[in-house]
Design a binder for this molecule. Structure first.
Ligand code: PGA
Length: 256
C-alpha cells in the first residue's frame, strides 16, 4: 500500500508572517493525519522559518525548485545541498510553471533530478500536457516523452525515492479539474511505463500524485482512484482547513 502524499505547493505566495501562520495551522493538526504524509513547499526564503514553525510535527518540508550545479558562480540560484542543509527533504522539479514560464527542458529537469539524489533530496518530478496537446490527442505521447526525458538514466534505487506528479497544465490554477477518468488514465499509463522501464515492484512502489485545481470538494473522488497516490496542491494549500480537508480525503482512502 502506497502512503498518500499530500503536498502543498505554496508557489510565490505568503510573507514571513502568513507562511509561519500557515505552517503552524497545519502542524497543530498533523497528528490527525498520520496515515497520509503531509508536505509543505514554501518559497525558498521562508523554508527555515517554516521548518521552525513545523517543529516536531509530522509535516515534511520541500522546496519548489533548485539548480543542478552543486556550488559556484550561479547568481540567484540555490543548490540541492543548500536545501538539504536547511532541512528540506523534498524538491519539486519540472513544475509546469518552471517548464512554461522559465523554459525548463526535460534535460534540465533530468540534471536537477540527479543533483537532488546526490544531496539526499527526494524529487517530485512533474509532467503534464498543454490543452492544445490534449485536444490534439497527444497526451499519452507528451507524458511519455517528459517521463523518458526527465527521468533518463535514473537507477532503480533512485526511482524508488522519486515521486511523480501528473499535472495537466490546463487544470493548474484554472478551476478546471481533469475528470477522474482522464487523470486515472494518465496515472495508469505512468505506472505501466514504470513497470516497463524498471519492474512491477517499482511500479507498485512509486507514488504518482495528481495536481491541478485539487480542492476539498473533488479530493475524495480523485484520491479514490487506484493509481492516484496523493495530491500536489497549489491554491487550496494556502488555507490550513482546505489543505487538511484534502489530507482527510487521503486518509480516508487508506482506511477504506
Ligand atoms: P492549483 O496548482 O492547485 O492551484 O491548480 C497546482 C500546482 O500547480 O501544483
Amino acid at each position: 500500500m502506497r502512503k498518500p502524499l499530500i503536498a502543498g505547493n505554496w508557489k510565490m505566495n505568503t510573507d514571513s508572517g502568513s507562511a509561519a501562520e500557515l505552517a503552524y495551522g497545519i502542524a497543530a493538526r498533523a497528528d490527525e493525519f498520520t496515515s497520509a504524509e503531509l508536505l509543505v513547499c514554501p518559497p525558498s526564503p521562508y523554508l527555515a522559518l517554516v521548518r521552525d514553525a513545523i517543529g516536531d510535527a509530522a509535516v515534511g518540508l520541500g522546496a519548489q525548485n533548485m539548480y543542478h550545479e552543486p556550488s559556484g558562480a550561479f547568481t540567484g540560484e540555490v543548490s540541492a545541498a543548500m536545501l538539504a542543509d536547511i532541512g528540506a527533504q523534498y524538491v519539486i522539479l519540472g513544475h509546469s510553471e518552471r517548464r512554461h514560464v522559465f523554459g525548463e527542458s526535460d534535460e534540465e529537469v533530468n540534471k536537477k533530478t540527479f543533483a537532488a539524489y546526490a544531496a539526499n533530496l527526494r524529487p517530485i518530478v512533474c509532467v503534464g500536457e498543454l490543452l492544445a496537446e490534449r485536444e490534439a490527442g497527444k497526451t499519452a505521447e507528451v507524458i511519455r516523452r517528459q517521463f523518458e526525458g526527465s527521468l533518463a538514466s535514473i537507477s532503480e534505487q533512485q526511482i524508488r525515492s522519486t515521486v511523480i506528479a501528473y499535472e495537466p497544465v490546463w487544470a493548474i490554477g484554472t478551476g478546471k479539474v481533469a475528470t477522474v477518468e482522464q487523470a486515472e488514465e494518465v496515472h495508469a499509463d505512468l505506472r505501466k511505463q514504470l513497470a516497463a522501464c524498471y519492474n512491477t515492484s517499482v511500479a507498485q512502489t512509486v507514488r504518482i500524485l495528481y495536481g491541478g485545481s485539487v480542492k476539498p470538494d473533488n479530493a475524495a473522488q480523485l484520491l479514490g482512484q487506484a493509481n492516484i497516490d496523493g495530491a500536489l496542491i497549489g491554491g487550496a494549500s494556502l488555507k490550513p482547513d482546505d489543505f487538511l480537508a484534502i489530507a482527510a480525503a487521503g486518509v480516508a482512502t487508506v482506511q477504506a
